[in-house]
Write a protein that binds this ligand. Sequence first.
Ligand code: SAH
Ligand code: SF4
Ligand code: F3S
Length: 481
Amino acid sequence: MSARAVRKISESELRRQRECAARVREINGGRAAPALAYVETYGCQQNEADSEKLRGMLLDMGYRLTTDGGDADVIVVNTCAIRDHAEKRALGKIGALKRVKTARPECILAVCGCMPQRGAVSETLRRSYGYVDLVFGVHALWRFPELLESALRRSGRVFAVDVDGDGAAIAEGIPSSRAGGVKAWLPIMYGCDNFCAYCVVPYVRGRERSREPGAVLSEARELAASGYRDITLLGQNVNSYGSGGGIGFPELLRRVNGIEGEFIIRFMTSHPKDAGDGLFCAMAECEKAARHIHLPFQAGGDRVLRAMNRGYTGSGYLALVDAARRRMPDIVITSDVIVGFPGERREDFDRTLELVKTARFDALFTFIYSPREGTPAASMDDPVPGPEKQAWFGELLAVQNAISAEKHAAHVGGTMRVLVDGRDNGGGGDGRPVFTARTNGGRLVRVTGGGIGGGDIGRFIDVKITGSTAWSLTGEKKELQ
Ligand code: SAH
Ligand code: SF4
Ligand code: F3S
């Protein structure tokens, strides 16, 4: 692939944003009570990472963060467009916020993220959601201070949706506010160039562009030094990191691994067409790299994979799974699959079932195909009725749940090292506190036991596994001998 220059937002443009932030801070400083802000996030980890930046910028503008929109002076809904259901949920939330806006007209209601990047949706927001003050797309995230300042000065509704314009730009140095202090998202690239036939991401997130290794490494160093124990490198297809020139993903992984500190490195997502032994070798070599790969297969039949524009076959995918397990026998493999892609027939779906039975994933994220306007799949013939797709979906879920349950049950009685990341608010039912933790492979463990306490959050501890379901493990903290 030829080198493509990635435009960086210039220092003077970023300075202008900091000046806007300072003016908003001044407005907030003059209030009797502290100004409050609330951010609600839908969608993937990329959106979570964007919300952390929104929170970082809000803190910088003098807001305090709240966990509920009811009393906030600024409410931001960061939306996802991946499936119809995701859009409906976000629109439902925006609809419900009309009540808040009517009761307190001075509060600012903002909608951002992937949904406004779709022309039709941003038109709907303009026409039918007149009470939304500010609408901006993913490419305008770094301009949030300027946009919020305009909204505060009440010069009318503010729209900043740039469907393709700045799609190839990268803004560095935006403040980020990460919750919890244990886990951190670290975007290494943005956008996607793969154009899988069903997927809206390349249209809403723009062209693929990688951050410079130096920028990624210095952020990773800061995170490790601040005590983050679980760092996830994010991109829609991390395996094509640096494809515009520069180091590739395996080398980036090695360099992050070289950073001092006790932390786990995770990454997602890997596209099978660009994954291979180079990646598995690097993972096996790097002691901080989690023994986990999320490798979406989407469909088992070659006819469907071709129509999806995925660039691999079912047997090619299984060969990859074998190669990963040869290098790392204990690797946890998870995947995504779509049921009911246009034109998928029962015999194609049977290939998906076979692949799932052969690969024996530790966990599988299953989706029913949802047409996305403007993608090639949306205009393909789709004769299979919804209830039939739903029945296939149920069949697939039953097969996978049995596999996940078996794989989890095999750990009962053993000891696993886990990173404790929070308190489980549900509790154990017997009054004892329950904490949540993740194994190196990313499995959820609910931990009880006399010895565990709040001081364990952010620590690696050994846990005796006492029970399991298809979705999680339970365990007790092992006391020091
Ligand atoms: N970049 C990642 C995934 C991003 S979207 C990758 O390539 O793996 C997360 C998952 O949503 C996808 O893996 C796919 O399984 C699912 N998905 C994407 N578009 C969809 C659609 N139109 N209908 C149903 N599921 C979809
Ligand atoms: Fe969508 Fe495919 Fe890109 Fe993933 S790789 S974001 S599924 S187009
Ligand atoms: Fe959704 Fe946008 Fe992520 S569409 S899945 S939030 S990239």
